[in-house]
Write a protein that binds this ligand. Sequence first.
Ligand code: SF4
Ligand code: SF4
Length: 360
Amino acid sequence: MAANENTSKSLDVPLLVNQSHSCTSEKALNENTWVKLICGASNQDLPSITDLCAVYAAAGVHCIDVAADLAVVNAARRGLDWVTSQVGTKPWLMVSISDGKDVHFRKAWFDPKHCPPGCPRPCEQTCPAQAIVKNTGILNNLCYGCGRCIPSCPHGLINEKDWYLKLHDFGPLIAELRPDALEIHTAPGRGQAFESILEEVLKAKVSFKRIAVSCGLEGHATNEDELTAELWQRHDCLKRHGQKPLWQLDGRPMSGDIGRGTSRIAINLWRKLHSKAPPGPLQLAGGTNSQTINHLEKDQRPNGIAFGGMARKLIQPYLLEAQARKISLREWPEGWSQALSQAENLIQPWLSKSSNPKIC
Ligand code: SF4
Ligand code: SF4
């Protein structure tokens, strides 16, 4: 295990959380103050995921969205549980899946039959997820593809493999992860695939607070009217299956939120769709950053916003410094306070606004 993983130590300083931020997730959607952290891809350090989730949960986000991977979900839960133990608030944990054909995770793999007897197993000590166990090689559900074990094997036996999820994998996966909410990335023309995957995940008998539908225009060769029709198709599907929607409008595809002009792209998509979209909260994503709120008119308020790469970038120096000190950010009071302050500066303008909701 990494030195700073799975810690539940308390800080020596107050957590410095402004309790006026706290508001339940559903209430936040109704009051247009919803903020989500998109934690990002699965191939990140687990301790960093725990710290990142802890910082933004303490700052007051209502939901944290992570990859549908057990090791990543466990790391995020450690951060959320820690914040709950400190201040009592608990954001929803959302996991993201896709109705596309290319749903896969990169995992490490080796055949233990080829390991020489007496190997001191440096691979096992290197793995931060306890995914490498004696005799059975790598546990697929715990490996999150960080790649650390690959150079640790003196015999070069460990390789990376792409593991593609099949339709019938989604039910057991969601039953194992048991998230509060689910996000399905979809695209025009994938209505049938969306319904198939929804039916599979509902077999897990998990009660979802919301099912977010993530879709945008960029990269899909479509226009706003076609996108609107697609959203209504997903609405009818969710309604048939008794699920409450949350519409995530992706101005830019994943990781598109760093760069000039990106927040205007996200807002323009919301402006085009908000009067035509189906019932349910509309949330900005994919292109959002600290400038986004400044580009909205006073009477133009989406129900919420999601921050991804920008949120991570703000905290990254503190995560790296904590790693260099071989402690968690939660064990470094000065770094924690500064990171929390950065996170609050990003999300505070969204936590305090209010306008007429458009929610069913
Ligand atoms: S890639 Fe290797 S070190 Fe990383 S989680 Fe998987 S088994 Fe563990
Ligand atoms: S270090 Fe290499 S040889 Fe040794 S147990 Fe791990 S995979 Fe097998």
